[in-house]
Structure formats: C-alpha cells, structure tokens
Design a protein around this ligand. Structure first.
Ligand SMILES: CC(C)(COP(=O)(O)OP(=O)(O)OC[C@H]1O[C@@H](n2cnc3c(N)ncnc32)[C@H](O)[C@@H]1OP(=O)(O)O)[C@@H](O)C(=O)NCCC(=O)NCCS
Length: 154
C-alpha cells in the first residue's frame, strides 16, 4: 500500500465525481443507474456509508456500503485506473468492514459482473467466496457473481 492513503466519509460535493467514476469504471455499456442524485441519496442515508480514498486532496476512488441487521451489502466500489494496485480498494473495504463488525454484522455481501476478472481476483484475495450466479442481474445476458465474506465476531 502507498503510504498516505486516507479514507474519509463522502460529502454531497463528492457525488458528481463518484457518479462519473461509476459510469466509466463500473457501468460502462450499461444504463447509468448511479447518477449524482442517487449517490447523494446514499450519502444522506443513515444506514449507508459512502467513503472516499484520497492522497492529500486527490480522490483515488470510492466505496458504498449499506448496513442491514446481519448483512452489509457493498453496493459499489471503484478506484481510478491510474490509482489501482496501490491499496486504496483494500483500505476502503477495511474501513467499511470495521464499521460492520462494530455493529455486530456477520457478513459482507456483494455482486460483481461475472466477466470482471480484476474485481473477482481482488475480492478473492480479500477472502470473499463465490456463493451463486445471479442471471441477468445487471441487464439481460449480463450475470453477476454473488460473493460473501463472514466477519469474525468481536
Ligand atoms: C476492483 C478494484 C476496486 C480494486 O481496487 P485496487 O485499489 O486496485 O485494489 P488494491 O490495490 O487494494 O488490491 C488489493 C489486492 O487485491 C488483488 N488485486 C487487485 N486488483 C487485482 C488485479 N487486477 N489482478 C489481480 N489481483 C488484483 C491483489 O492481490 C492486491 O494486492 P497487491 O497489489 O499487493 O498484489 C479496482 O480494480 C477497480 O476499481 N476496478 C474497476 C471497478 C470495479 O470493477 N469495481 C468492482 C465492481 S464490483
């Protein structure tokens, strides 16, 4: 990991940048669902955390997690292409997981595109296990792999 990566909660001013990164890095070829309005709603939602990884004032990426009673759902995460493999993804996930663990939540769940090899390697490296395939999750013909990681009780 690059020294100096810090994680902070997103503010409404981050919504446009987060939505733009989602469109490029995650929703390419799909309808744009994570618009600035939707991201802003998540930032304001008491059951969700939206975090930004940054070095100094420069954002590297973001992640959005929604917390339920026993499951926390990682809704979205991306790191700018030129900032990948520097530990930002791992650092954001660790931050969000700590909150889940402190709340007594037992597992993290997420969906990734079945053909997103980089993401599948990343999640596998971080201990996520493939649970199921969700047919047509993103769009007709675009399936999702459902991944899960159990959290140790604290
Ligand atoms: C998936 C993603 C968020 C990972 O973020 P990142 O900041 O690059 O990940 P990290 O640097 O924290 O990687 C942690 C470890 O995961 C593994 N990993 C990450 N990306 C990998 C890749 N492309 N290939 C193989 N292993 C990878 C490595 O073991 C890495 O540790 P190392 O670099 O010391 O070997 C990033 O690739 C991304 O934004 N992809 C496009 C958007 C996306 O697919 N989001 C997920 C949708 S569900």
């Amino acid at each position: 990991m690059v020294a100096g990566i810090a994680i902070r909660l997103a503010t409404a001013e981050d919504a446009t940048g987060i939505a733009a990164l989602s469109r490029i890095a995650i929703e390419s070829g799909l309808p744009w669902r994570w618009t600035p309005t939707r991201v802003r709603r998540c930032i304001a939602d008491a059951a969700s955390n939206v975090v930004v990884a940054h070095v100094g004032g420069s954002p590297l990426g973001f992640a959005i997690m929604k917390y339920g009673d026993d499951t926390a759902h990682l809704l979205l995460m991306a790191v700018h292409r030129d900032a990948r493999r520097r530990g930002a993804g791992r650092a954001m996930l660790a931050w969000l997981e700590q909150v889940a663990q402190a709340a007594g939540i037992g597992r993290i769940r997420l969906e990734a595109r079945h053909d997103n090899e980089d993401a599948l390697r990343f999640y596998s490296r971080l201990g996520f296990v493939q649970m199921a395939l969700s047919h047509g999750y993103y769009a007709p013909g675009i399936d999702a792999v459902v991944l899960e990681r159990r959290l140790a009780a604290r």
